[in-house]
Design a protein around this ligand. Sequence first.
Ligand code: HEC
Length: 181
Amino acid sequence: MPEAPALWGLQMTPVVPVTEFMRDLLQPAADTLFTSVSVVVDKDGESEYGPRTDEDWARLRTAAVTIAESVFLLKIPRPIAPEPDRERHETELTAAQVLEKLQEDTVLWDARIQAVRNVALQAIDVVERRDTEELWDVGANLYQACQNCHYDYWYPAQRDLLIELEEKVRQFREQSGSATP
Ligand code: HEC
């Protein structure tokens, strides 16, 4: 596709702050992909579940396209949080700090957005090939792409702690032989 020279419309304006964009748009679409495959372990052993019908795959495509297209809307300047803001944990930045960080480094912000788009493109491709196995990858990649932006702009103090924790959980799961990622 050629580079679009300008917007078709005259301007783009946001409707909701970043937090509500996440809650009402990105998270529900991401959840569809996160829960697209699962493993259930019971007395008969392990059973893997994934999309089966055309409708199942269509739902995954809707989610992938929603994320691929909508994540670029995070390039439109918008408030970070509604006023008044919710109470924040001490490890979170305040909305004002998030905004300041973002304005200091819009290149990184853009890269984080692009990373999510890339995973969404992978998801669209996987859905087109109906590759159930690769849906596991999509879920893991998406989770990481979302988290990377959150570590940079939302709770940087938690980055090291969480990485350490995730590593411990991973090791624990490996040791206990569970197949969940
Ligand atoms: C370009 C950066 C960026 C990307 C990419 C991103 N987020 Fe966020 N997200 C944020 C910021 C910033 C906040 C927190 C704003 C705040 O509370 O200060 C946030 C907050 C959230 C919240 C909390 C919303 C609330 O109700 O407070 C959820 C849920 C969330 N993101 C989900 C996702 C998911 C799922 C993805 C990936 C599909 C994603 N985010 C990708 C920047 C990003």
